[in-house]
Design a protein around this ligand. Structure first.
Ligand code: SAM
Length: 214
């Protein structure tokens, strides 16, 4: 996402205490306490401008949601957009890089992970940066509870094929694969992301739903 850096973004995020957590060191294992309930927790990694996680939080008040984004400028847009309305009490934001997930979540603290339109990193030498690379799957598997889901959507066929083989090699169980999300039956509850709205007119959206079997 190419956006001009907003030099005031970090200050804005710092002013959102209790809603936004910025590279925290004291939240691991505490998320249920933070939400003040024992409801399941779902995270979106690489949330971007946040439409998907906000709509989830509104639609599913009995679940908790955390939108994770590594760039302050992007996260600020998401938070400001959400604040145009009343922020649902089951939503939090986390400014963090996915490589540090195991510093901010305890094992089995998460019920499910969403990866939407993750950066494809098409060059071979950048494979390790893909959010479906085995080192990331390793962390996800620890953080997600047994039988929790990882749901992945993309318009990028190369990244989708790579990710399917990464999931299979890693021993994740395939629950559902869809090769054209917007023209298939049974996905009426799909919540679109900003990228999805932008890129779906140009071609199919791929979706994989895989389960962690411990
Ligand atoms: N999920 C949104 C959507 O579908 O509209 C945004 C997709 S955008 C292509 C990818 C987003 O992931 C960007 O906002 C980027 O900053 C974020 N991102 C990329 N790598 C990340 C990482 N390692 N940790 C956290 N966020 C990351």
């Amino acid at each position: 996402m190419r956006l001009r850096n907003n030099p005031e973004a970090l200050d804005y995020l710092l002013s959102q205490e209790g809603l936004v957590y910025i590279n925290p060191t004291d939240v691991k294992g505490k998320w249920h306490e933070i939400f003040g309930n024992d409801n399941p927790i779902f995270i979106e990694i690489g949330m971007g401008k946040g439409d998907f996680i906000l709509e989830n939080a509104k639609r599913y008040p009995d679940k908790n949601f955390i939108g994770i984004e590594k760039y302050s400028t992007v996260l600020t847009i998401a938070v400001k957009k959400a604040k145009n309305d009343e922020i649902p009490s089951n939503l939090r934001y986390l400014k963090e890089d996915a490589v540090r997930l195991n510093e901010v979540f305890d094992d089995e603290e998460i019920d499910g992970i969403f990866l939407n339109f993750s950066d494809p990193w098409p060059k071979k030498r950048h494979t390790k940066r893909r959010l479906t690379y085995k080192s990331f799957l390793d962390v996800y598997k620890k953080l997600i509870k047994d039988q929790g889901h990882l749901v992945f959507k993309t318009d990028n066929r190369g990244l989708f094929e790579y990710s399917l083989s990464s999931f299979a090699n890693y021993g994740l169980t395939f629950e559902d694969i869809c090769l054209d999300l917007h023209h298939s039956e049974g996905y009426d509850d799909n919540i679109q992301t900003e990228y999805e709205r932008k890129f779906s007119p140009r071609g199919p959206i791929y979706r994989a739903d895989v389960v962690v079997d411990k």
